[in-house]
Design a protein around this ligand. Sequence first.
Ligand code: PRT
Ligand code: MG
Length: 214
Amino acid sequence: MNFQAPITIALSKGRIFRDTLPLLARAGIEPAEDADKTRKLILDTNHPNVKLVLIRATDVPTYVQWGAADFGVTGKDVLMEHGGEGLYEPLDLGIARCQMWVAGFPGADVHARRLRVATKYVRAARDFFGARGQQVETIKLYGSMELAPIVGLADLIVDLVESGNTLKANGLVPLEYMHDISSRLVVNKASWKMKHADCHALVERLREAVEAAD
Ligand code: PRT
Ligand code: MG
């Protein structure tokens, strides 16, 4: 496959890059370098017109929204928090799977009045509790949410759970399931129109790669 227009794909280092790589390879795109071993922020690929940019996971939707990247791969958790303005979400890549849960000490009352909830996912938390008419006070954190109930900063947390080991190691338990999370391919809405042939071809290649991986 040949790309006529320049295409930039935003990825984050770590599990997103690792899990996206085999899908890109099946779509015929191979980076010239290993993301986890380079300090470069822009990686060339085997296609002269295709570049990868390596940025913080939470910045991926922002880059794509503003057209600084045509495509991005980002967790549904990050996407829900961003809001998805300026983006299409054409494909669930089925990678970096986990779940979003309300968590806290065993037996904590998730229906109590005047709860304080600490989380990186303020929007998802407000939506979730708000949908059942429960007003909660949210405290925005950027990491280590598990600490919040222990030090009395919050009654509950909203966090991602994979094996459950992180919660368990801190004496916490998952209390209420919220969402299944996986990584999504997002595309800038203007790119989708202006570079439609190339963008559409890439989405279809990746769709086949995802189906082959299932
Ligand atoms: O770490 P950094 O601050 O650089 O960025 P990031 O945490 O956003 O990036 P990264 O690479 O850690 O996560 C990227 C995406 O992977 C997330 O946005 C999720 O969509 C997805 N993902 C899948 C996860 C997990 N599984 C996961 N287990 N993201 C984070 N975790 C963390 C979770 O927050 C908790 O601290 O792992 C811990 C729970 O894991 P268990 O196995 O102990 O339950
Ligand atoms: Mg992380």
